[in-house]
Design a protein around this ligand. Structure first.
Ligand code: ADP
Ligand code: MG
Length: 328
């Protein structure tokens, strides 16, 4: 059964097609990932599904409610963790969640229990009476997830939940998030531009420039790449590419300072490749396909060009500064 149904959704900002005719379904109880580079249209799509933005055209149905005409019902049936932190730092963890429970009309007699349950689930119960400004980045994120499930939503929206966290906190957060569907019966819709994170999803839609360019399970998507990927650095990539195409009839592309070639069996192909290119070869590596290779094959570019965009870098620097400031 689908709990989210999106059909031909578009959103234009002064001529920019941020979301450009997107359609997809999310099955109940699954983790659905929206994977794409910065500026692809992920946050815009989530904002429409959470009724914070009106679409230019198309329809979005969430939990059976129309996002345009039944926004109140949509809002009360979902939980959201935004890309940027929205906790009140001068309140305790408990107070932040209690405040949320009141806003969401959780019955007075149940509030204490649901807040404590959410804190326990995210392993923050011991710290419930500490001010949020004393929390690390990872704990704040966990608290935001706890808050988002206090009113027992059927769908949880997570927009780049691990952005700006260190690898350990990211893994830790994932442990909790991936337990939610089974243990709390929540369907998860998340966005990310980290390929590794998309691996936890049952279903992924890859979005680029407002359009879904591929969808399926991580394994299905990787199979579309059609085998292993050989990455090559050579003294002359353009010349090497010509040789690979003309002498070996293989398909290759240049990306950055590397050449990548998709083949059915990487190890079987290597000796001939080295023989053909000889001294031109500077380095070679063979990789089983990853979701990044899927993106590369479809678009000819990396999902994370120049690793992070300037806005992300600024946000991360500001967060790091605040963390330092918080501890003093
Ligand atoms: N409020 C806005 N006004 C104008 N342009 C916007 C606005 N919000 C997003 N955009 C543009 O829409 C595109 C998609 O943005 P966004 O949905 O934030 O992408 P993502 O979350 O995938 O990084 C970008 O080109 C962005 O600059
Ligand atoms: Mg975004």
């Amino acid at each position: 059964m689908s709990v989210i149904s999106v059909s031909s959704l578009t959103k234009h900002f002064n001529g920019i097609k941020a979301v450009d005719g997107v359609s997809f379904e999310v099955r109940e109880g699954t983790i659905f990932g929206f994977l794409g580079p910065n500026g692809a249209g992920k946050t815009t799509t989530i904002s429409i599904l959470c009724t914070l933005l009106k679409p230019t055209s198309g329809t979005a149905i969430v939990n059976g409610y129309n996002c345009l005409t039944e926004s109140a019902q949509v809002r009360s049936s979902i939980g959201v963790v935004f890309q940027d932190m929205t906790l009140d730092k001068d309140l305790t963890a408990y107070e932040n969640l209690l405040y949320h429970a009141i806003l969401y009309n959780v019955e007075k007699s149940k509030r204490e229990r649901v807040v404590n349950d959410a804190l326990k689930f995210m392993d923050l119960y011991e710290r419930k009476d500490d001010l949020v400004k004393r929390f690390s980045g990872g704990m704040k994120r966990r608290l935001e997830v706890a808050r988002a499930v206090v009113h027992q939503p059927r769908i949880l929206f997570l927009d780049e939940p691990t952005l700006g966290l260190d690898p350990q906190s990211r893994n830790n957060l994932w442990e909790f998030i991936t337990r939610l569907p089974n243990e709390k019966g929540v369907t998860i819709f998340m966005t990310t531009h980290y390929m590794e994170e998309a691996e936890v999803c049952q279903e992924i839609a890859i979005i680029d420039r407002g359009k879904i360019i591929a969808s399926g399970s991580p394994d299905e998507l990787k199979k579309t790449v059609g085998g292993d990927v050989i990455y090559l650095r050579t003294t002359d990539n353009e010349k090497a590419l010509r040789i690979i195409r003309e002498e070996m009839s293989l398909k290759g592309k240049v990306s950055g300072d590397e050449l990548f070639i998709t083949v059915s069996r990487g190890d079987a192909c290597l000796p001939e490749l080295i023989r053909q290119l000889g001294e031109m070869v500077k380095s070679v590596r063979v990789q089983r396909p990853t979701l990044n290779d899927v993106f590369l094959t479809l678009t000819g570019k990396e999902i994370r060009p120049e690793t992070v965009d300037a806005a992300d870098e600024v946000r991360e620097a500001v967060r790091a500064y605040r963390r330092r400031f918080d501890r003093t």
